[in-house]
Every structure is written in structure tokens, then in C-alpha cells.
Ligand binder design. Structure first.
Ligand code: SAH
Length: 259
């Protein structure tokens, strides 16, 4: 395949990928992120904030090349809403805290992400300059990636966007074949509803106490998110929850295992 054809094919595969910036402080970083995302074939930018970042600062760094990304930038009030329709969400973190298990490096992140591209909406999520992503935000992620640095310090936000988008784009450009497509998976919105349902059921039978909730939610979301459940697998879990809730309420149980 000629380079132009390859480029078109890669851009088409990247159409389902969005870069999400959570509560960025500086319009310059949004503009810089837009520019490098555009350089690397990504055409969608979402900002989690209550108001538009400063327009002039964004445009200055985006330059006319990435103007479309800025013009078409969408705002979401929360990360949950920004990724509700995504079924593969990659979080990024500069920190390697105790509770952030399953950290991938950029090459591993791309290896896991590539098969998802054909049938899933994908998000690359970046945190605010001063704090990074919160634990609750990382609970929405299917994978978490750290860019190794020589002194374990963090990168500038737009530069972190650049490194990961480059890793994705350059790997795709170098491959002869597209990877085998993974099936379509349950969206973030559907998974969140499943965790709510599981929580309700486990509370109903006294398995979960108020004080365990934060820890439990953290663990259960890591457990299921990293698998990448399909819609019918979520239905199976929800079916079990329904029976548990009926039983806890003393209602007759129908049994649904063989349905
Ligand atoms: N003080 C913050 C740093 C945030 S830097 C902290 O300790 O978390 C802003 C954002 O850039 C991060 O949330 C992350 O999305 C990205 N980033 C910076 N350095 C990174 C690294 N080494 N690996 C992955 N993402 C990084």
C-alpha cells in the first residue's frame, strides 16, 4: 500500500478515538494538545469543564492546522459523560501509587487498544496540570498508562498527549495489516449501571457495608474494566443481581441460569 493510501486507512481507523482533557487549567495546553493530536491523525477533542477554555490561548497554540479540532471541541460536565459511549477508556497518570495497579507502558497500551478500534469508541484521557486524574476518574478507565521518564517526574499535559498519540499513530503506520478486530464491548455508561446494580444487590444481602464502598468500587471496576465485557455478559451479571435482589426482598425466585 502506498503511503497516502496507508495514511487514509490509518486516519479512518482513528476516527473513533477521542482525546479527553479533564479540567485543564491553561488554554495553551488545550491548543497544544489539539495541534499534536491533529498531527497524529486524531480528529476529536473533548474537554471536561463547565466553560470553554480561553479561546485566544487555545488558538495561538493550535495554529491554523488544528483549528478544526478547536472549532469542533465539545464540552462535558464530567468525565463519566465525556466517555459514556466509549467502550475502551485509557487513563494516563504520572504517578505510580499503590492503588493504581495494572499500569501499562505506551507500547502495551497501543497493543491492547489496536484490536478495539474497529468496533469500539475509544478515549485517551488526560488529567489536570496540577493534580492529575482522581481515583474516581481512574475507575472509569479500562487501562492506565504511564510514560516512563528519567526522573519519575510528570510531563507537560500537551506533551503527554503528544507522546501517546505518536505511539499510537506511528505503530499503526508501521504495521502492514490491521489487527484482528475485537468484538464490540459494553459502553462505560452500561458498565457504570452494572456496578450500581451489583452494589445494590450486595448491600441487600449485607455483603457490603457503607465503610467498604469506596474500596469495593475501586476493586470491582478494575476487575471488570480490564476484561472489556460484552453487552450480553453485562446482561448475565445484571440477571444474577436481579435474582439476588428478589431473594433479599423475600420474593419468589424464578431462576434464570438456563435462559
Ligand atoms: N501533578 C500531577 C501531574 C499532572 S500532569 C500528578 O502528579 O499527577 C497533567 C497530565 O499529563 C496528567 O494527568 C497525565 O494525563 C499527563 N501526564 C503527565 N506526565 C505523564 C506521564 N509520565 N505518563 C502519563 N501521563 C502523563
Amino acid at each position: 500500500m502506498g503511503v497516502h493510501k496507508k495514511l487514509e486507512a490509518v486516519k479512518e481507523q482513528l476516527a473513533g478515538v477521542r482525546v479527553v482533557l479533564v479540567r485543564p487549567k491553561y488554554g495553551e495546553n488545550v491548543g497544544g494538545a489539539a495541534r499534536v493530536a491533529h498531527n497524529m491523525g486524531i480528529s476529536r477533542l473533548v474537554v471536561v469543564a463547565h466553560g470553554m477554555p480561553e479561546q485566544a490561548a487555545m488558538e495561538k497554540m493550535a495554529t491554523h492546522h488544528a483549528k478544526d479540532l478547536i472549532t469542533n471541541l465539545t464540552l462535558a460536565p464530567t468525565l463519566a459523560e465525556a466517555v459514556a459511549d466509549c467502550s475502551w477508556v485509557v487513563g494516563t497518570t504520572a504517578r505510580q501509587g499503590r492503588r493504581r495497579f495494572f499500569l501499562e507502558n505506551p507500547a502495551q497500551m497501543v497493543e491492547h487498544l489496536l484490536p478495539k478500534l474497529a468496533k469500539n469508541q475509544v478515549a485517551l484521557v488526560f488529567g489536570p496540570e496540577n493534580q492529575g486524574l482522581s481515583n474516581a476518574e481512574l475507575e472509569l478507565c479500562n487501562a492506565t498508562v504511564t510514560i516512563p521518564t528519567a526522573d519519575f517526574s510528570s510531563l507537560n499535559l500537551a506533551q503527554a498527549v503528544g507522546v501517546l498519540c505518536y505511539e499510537l499513530f506511528s505503530t499503526m503506520m508501521a504495521r502492514k495489516e490491521s489487527p484482528a478486530a475485537a468484538p464490540s464491548q459494553a459502553s462505560s455508561r452500561v458498565l457504570t449501571a452494572m456496578y450500581d446494580d451489583l452494589e445494590k444487590s450486595l448491600r441487600a444481602i449485607g455483603y457490603l457495608q457503607e465503610s467498604d464502598l469506596g474500596y469495593w468500587r475501586h476493586n470491582i471496576s478494575h476487575f471488570f474494566n480490564r476484561i472489556g465485557l460484552r453487552a450480553r455478559e453485562v446482561k448475565l451479571v445484571k440477571g444474577i443481581c436481579q435474582q439476588v435482589q428478589w431473594l433479599a426482598e423475600g420474593r419468589p425466585v424464578k431462576g434464570g441460569g438456563r435462559k
